[in-house]
Design a protein around this ligand. Structure first.
Ligand code: A2P
Length: 340
């Protein structure tokens, strides 16, 4: 039996990721029966233009989820904690961008095209991984399927767009001030972001890592169904780039994997584009990836510090694959698989 198309709602429609979700819904022509735009009381009543039509933003309350089948949510952890269980209780599938439910046992953590089958286990909430984890998964999946990951070391170079509108504005405003020798008191970040890099994203935890770094460790293990103690170490760094996260990754494998084979696997991988011709200065950069859907992989080489390991550099639009694009793709999978 073919299901009726879903009634969908975008929660956090007025935010940076919410607006990107609207763009992706338009580009993908995602099918739905009806659509609603939800935010806080602050922007309730304001107007949103979507596919040539004007919609009024609705204040989020538990009752607003009655009659909705799928929620695409990007309104922060506390909003998700408050509304996801309410939405699920009312029969919605709540696709959540926040970290609130990612590590819950009965909440699938999914990158479309990587572990779609996990969606079948949902109980009303589906979690979208952290942006740094997300782009890595599309690159790691084909390599792991072939050679099995043994350990991994990642360093991230993360754009300010991942920290929201205030952070984007701080980079914009502080750059000319510092360039002309002035002083700028940081607000969105703990340190100056213009002409600087900051080795802290989110707060520190007991083991000396940050929450952002531990998300990469824990979420990677969950999505790829690795052993719970597979060694994965991440250093997450904020850099003065507007959009597009970069990651330097070293992966050690159980089985032999040559750089040539890794390149071939990635060339054939869904959602990945290989840009790897160093002689011609061709490798991925955030400027290349921003506004695009693929994860770009390059600098693929045999690592010289670890046995049977590959080092590579991957870059993606963090607002897209790291947030809005995967959220929309997950909604499309839920529709395709009839899981609403
Ligand atoms: P609003 O515009 O009404 O504040 P960003 O991360 O870019 O700041 O976006 C956050 C998004 O989450 C915005 O759409 C914001 O709506 C929404 N939001 C924040 N708090 C709540 C809340 N308590 N209930 C519903 N939506 C919220």
């Amino acid at each position: 039996m073919i299901k009726e198309l879903p009634n969908i709602a975008v929660l956090g429609a007025t935010g940076v990721v919410g607006r990107e979700i609207l763009k992706v819904l338009t580009e993908n022509n995602t099918p739905y029966k009806s659509i609603k735009f939800l935010a806080s009381a602050r922007s309730a009543g304001s107007k949103i233009e979507f596919k040539g039509q004007e919609y009024t933003v609705i204040e989020t309350t538990p009752e607003v989820f009655d009659g909705i089948d799928i929620v695409l949510a990007s309104a922060g952890g506390s909003t998700s904690l408050k509304y996801a269980p309410e939405a699920a209780k009312r029969g919605c599938v709540f696709i959540d961008n926040s970290s609130a439910f990612r590590m819950e046992k009965d909440v699938p953590l999914v990158i479309a095209g990587v572990n779609d089958e996990d969606l079948r286990k949902h109980n009303g909430i589906i979690a979208n991984p952290n942006c740094s984890t997300s782009q890595l998964m599309l690159v790691l999946k084909p390599l792991h399927d072939y050679a099995k990951i043994k350990r991994m070391i990642v360093s991230t170079y993360q754009a300010v767009s991942g920290a929201g509108l205030k952070a984007i504005n701080e980079l914009k405003e502080s750059t000319p001030v510092i360039l002309s020798g002035g002083k700028y008191e940081p607000v969105a970040f703990k340190k100056q972001i213009a002409f600087n890099v900051i080795p802290q994203i989110d707060s520190f935890v007991e083991n000396g890592y940050t929450k952002e770094e531990m998300k990469v460790t824990n979420e990677t293990r969950k999505i790829l169904h690795l052993e719970p103690d597979t060694p994965i170490s991440c250093t997450a760094v904020r850099v003065p780039v507007f959009n597009g996260h970069s990651e330097a990754v070293t992966i050690q494998f159980e089985k032999e994997l040559t750089p040539e084979k890794a390149r071939e696997l990635l060339e054939n991988a869904w959602g990945v584009e290989v840009v790897d011709n160093p002689d011609e200065y061709e490798y991925p950069t955030p400027a290349l990836a921003s506004g695009k859907n693929p994860v770009y992989a390059g600098r693929i080489r045999k690592d010289i510090a670890l046995d049977n390991a590959i080092s590579l550099f991957c870059v993606a639009d963090n607002l897209r694959i790291g947030a809005a694009l995967n959220t929309v793709r997950l909604a499309e999978k839920v529709i395709e698989m009839g899981l609403y």
